[in-house]
Design a protein around this ligand. Structure first.
Ligand SMILES: NC(=O)c1ccc[n+]([C@@H]2O[C@H](COP(=O)([O-])OP(=O)(O)OC[C@H]3O[C@@H](n4cnc5c(N)ncnc54)[C@H](OP(=O)(O)O)[C@@H]3O)[C@@H](O)[C@H]2O)c1
Length: 288
């Protein structure tokens, strides 16, 4: 039996469904009765737990063959570092105490670096904490999620603008669909590896201008691509309602990206096949 966190989210839901599709037995970790009921109807066992509750998580992991772990990012948390540390401590304790033999963790490109990567430094800390336990760790390190485009769909639809937090909109960037990442997670769980490894997951390559073109076509209006210079990032993000600490972490992340710090450097690389056009079509509600 595999225990899967984050099943109301993007990667966790794709991983859980991929496992159900091959007849694997899964227990999903949820925080609401609605989510529990929805997954029971799909054939999963459901267990209510907050990932920051180490004792209850230990209970959920007993007798599991593998655990899919992720570190949720909550911009509304009072202190993002303390918030991340609560998840890291709880999950590391539960993994050690339950004796679960294999953990597949949703990490990120750049999580081999301890600092200067914004929220990815928390994923570095989680990788390190899990590596100190007795489990075998498969760290899944995707690059940019294609679904990040959902952040700009509202602005594009209403204002006809596609903002880019970089000096150029013409830099080729690998963008991976979370459905592909979920399938990599499921395969990793089913493989029962004997040793730990870091697996980079990269998708097809696009420029932001190409992404804007695809989105504009699906919305039925041309979009003006606006590149935001670094000095404009803080006012743009705080103006959109992001708290200051989260804004500072995002700026550090964008800087890291521009410096090439998020590039694949794991033990091997897996390629996602889903094209950005079909992801955007799904996000805007057009059958693609
Ligand atoms: N965006 C990118 O380009 C990118 C690239 C690489 C890696 N990543 C990493 O991917 C991760 C996010 O993955 P995702 O997009 O699949 O997640 P997501 O869609 O944001 O979903 C988050 C999941 O975490 C659950 N969750 C939140 N707080 C919880 C808690 N206290 N206890 C238990 N469950 C909790 C949520 O459940 P509820 O419904 O109960 O809230 C939800 O199922 C982050 O660590 C991020 O750094 C992102």
């Amino acid at each position: 039996m595999f225990v899967i966190a984050g099943v109301t989210g993007r990667v966790g839901s794709a991983a859980a469904q991929a496992l159900l599709d091959v007849g694997a037995s899964i227990r999903v970790l949820v925080r609401s009765d609605d989510a529990a009921e929805a997954w029971r109807l799909r054939g999963a066992d459901a267990f209510r737990v907050d990932l920051r509750d180490g004792a209850r998580l230990t209970e959920a992991l007993r007798d599991a063959q593998g655990f899919f772990a992720l570190l949720p990012f909550d911009v509304a948390a009072d202190d993002l570092h303390t918030h991340a540390q609560e998840f890291i401590s709880s999950m590391a304790i539960a993994v050690q105490d339950s004796g679960v033999p294999h953990v597949v963790m949703l990490s990120s490109g750049g999580a081999d670096l301890p600092a200067d990567t914004g929220p990815i430094a928390h994923l570095y800390a989680l990788e390190q904490a899990l590596a100190r336990t007795d489990t075998v760790l498969s760290a899944i390190r995707p690059g940019h999620f294609q679904e990040k485009i959902s952040d700009v769909i509202g602005t594009a639809r209403i204002e006809g603008v596609y903002p880019v937090f970089a000096e150029s909109a013409d830099v080729p960037v690998a963008m991976v669909a979370t459905a592909d990442v979920g399938r990599v997670v499921a395969r990793a769980l089913l493989s029962h590896p004997q040793s730990s490894e870091a697996i980079d997951v990269v998708g097809p390559v696009y420029t932001e201008r190409e992404a804007a073109g695809m989105l504009g076509e699906l919305l039925g209006r041309p979009l003006e691509v606006i590149t935001l210079p670094r000095a404009a990032w803080v006012p743009a993000l705080t103006g959109a309602g992001l708290p200051l600490q989260a804004t500072e972490l995002m700026v550090e992340l964008y800087d890291a990206d521009q410096r090439g710090l998020l590039a694949p450097r794991g033990d091997r690389t897996v390629h996602g096949a889903v094209e950005l056009g079909s992801t955007i079509a799904r996000l805007v509600g057009v059958t693609g």
